[in-house]
Design a protein around this ligand. Structure first.
Ligand code: UD1
Ligand code: CA
Length: 462
């Protein structure tokens, strides 16, 4: 079986942060996650991640998903791979297996590049195949050395800091991603020396060592220079975010999604949007959100891990881990908290919060209302200022509200409580007991009027 080693031990000093660099996010996901998903999409399951600086942050994030090894000291990319030798020996697969090495801080490596470079690696019977690309400005990257330009074989990689003036003019650079024959990688990595300007064990030196040992070394030149891009500082990270953001928006444009202005719009890469839906400014779509056709989302919405049907209209809405069915209209200034199901045709207006509740078809919750831990039926009308009182300070309890109920303004429903079908509650009522079908619940003191009261009180003042 083929393996993958992801190098994620570096600190990234220029980030000026306590977080390991591969954990910095591009469109809401750590760069490391982008790299892992490229491997997974290419069918690689045997993954080992080399952690180092703040390795515990990486462990916590991975939560046991993949094997990790610790690189206690940062002595270079070759030294990082040395830490994974036991993993390689365990998974070497005789002389058949190959191992991909990737950088955890170069998020745009993709599964196509991984698969195509493996095919070339096998076809040329290479011991090492470097994934390369040509850059107009190759500064800072390792340069690819070939005997002559047309040679399919390469003879080495020279780091910027060790390169001669001539070598610095080479535009073909090392992406930091390579395929190795697993057995040959184990042999080569043991022979690395650190006799270079940075006194590091360079993984790149395995190329010259392979050639010396009579093995084949080649390059897979990608036509997409983005596969090389990494972030060395915050500015670089912003550039990666900008690039990823535009790539994703362009994909949605091609699919028939409408954007008239991109201000403040961020869409994470796993979000799906149906045709003819319009996304308005200030809208952030996160996680595995799926949005139907002919919707209008925005301005100013944050939608995370939600399933949204067709013809939904959300305006100034924040919604998390919930489902909103066809034809629902919500906003402005509405908070839909996790585990809510808003059924088709519902209308929800300003300053409403829904949490862990089901709201039945065509129910209207027009303003200033909290519905938490509740099961609400169809065609219910909530008056302004209704509160489900779901928490007594110790436990949370549920409210059940039957179909066609009419909840008067400023009703408090003290959970657990059950309203039957077609129940009316009078404005200002506090419901403390279950109410049977088709009843009116009213709970009010007798209103008194004291005539002339303020005249006496304000005597001489008005
Ligand atoms: C490396 C390559 C360079 C290539 C570039 C592509 C070497 C010597 N050079 O340079 O040819 O063009 O990547 O981006 O390999 N890491 C560890 N432990 C370490 C050092 C690094 O785990 O001791 C990890 C880092 O977290 C990072 C990756 O290895 O994910 C690359 O390290 P970095 O220091 O960024 O290498 P570059 O100098 O950019
Ligand atoms: Ca780098």
């Amino acid at each position: 079986m083929d393996n993958c080693i992801i190098l994620a031990g570096g600190q990234g000093k220029r980030m000026k942060s306590d977080m390991p660099k591969p954990m910095f996010k591009v469109l809401g996901e750590p760069m490391l996650e982008w790299v892992i998903s490229a491997c997974e999409n290419a069918g690689l399951k045997n993954i080992c991640i080399v952690k180092g600086f703040k390795g515990e942050v990486i462990d916590e994030y991975l939560n046991g998903r993949y094997e990790t090894v610790m690189q206690a000291e940062r002595l270079g990319t070759g030294h990082a791979v040395m830490q994974a030798v036991p993993f390689l020996e365990k998974n070497s697969d005789g002389d058949l297996g190959n191992t991909l090495v990737l950088c955890g801080d170069a998020p745009f490596i993709d599964s196509n590049t991984i698969s195509e470079s493996l095919a070339l690696h096998k076809e040329h019977n290479n011991s090492v195949t470097v994934i390369t690309s040509e850059l107009d400005n190759p500064f800072g990257y390792g340069r690819i050395i070939r005997d002559n330009e047309n040679n399919i074989k390469i003879t080495g990689i020279v780091e910027e800091k060790d390169a001669s003036q001539n070598q610095k003019s080479i535009k073909e650079v090392n992406s930091g991603a390579y395929w190795f024959k697993t057995d040959d990688l184990i042999k080569l990595i043991k022979n690395l020396k650190n006799d270079n300007s940075q006194n590091e064990y360079y993984l790149t030196d395995t190329v010259a060592l392979a050639v010396e040992a009579g093995m084949n070394a080649g390059a897979y030149k990608s036509s997409n220079p983005d596969v090389i891009l990494g972030a060395n500082d915050r500015k670089g990270l912003l550039q990666l975010n900008t690039k990823a953001r535009m790539n994703i928006i362009e994909k949605h444009l091609e699919n028939g999604v409408e954007f008239t202005c991109l201000d403040g719009i961020t869409i994470e890469r796993n979000v799906k949007i149906g045709t003819n839906t319009e996304i308005l400014s200030g809208t952030i779509l996160r996680g595995n959100t799926v949005i139907g056709e002919n919707c209008k989302i925005g301005p100013n919405c944050v939608i995370e891990n939600c399933k949204i049907g067709d013809e939904v209209n959300l305006n100034y809405v924040q919604a998390f881990k919930s489902e909103i069915e066809k034809g629902v209209k919500i906003g402005p200034w509405v908070h839909i908290r996790p585990n809510s199901l808003i059924k088709s045709g519902v209308k929800i207006g300003d300053f409403v919060e829904i949490k862990n509740s089901t709201v039945g078809e065509k129910t209207a919750i027009a303003h200033l209302t909290y519905v938490g831990d509740s099961d609400v039926g169809k065609k219910v009308n909530f008056g302004c200022g209704t509160v489900t009182v779901n928490y007594d300070g110790i436990v949370k309890s549920r409210c059940v509200i039957g179909d066609n109920c009419f909840i008067g303004c400023n009703t408090n429903l003290i959970a657990p409580v059950n309203l039957g079908k077609g129940v009316y509650t009078a404005a200002g009522t506090t419901i403390t007991r279950d109410v049977p079908d088709y009843s009116l619940a009213i709970d009010r003191g007798v209103m008194k009027i004291k005539e002339g009261y303020t005249l006496r009180k304000l005597k001489g003042k008005i």
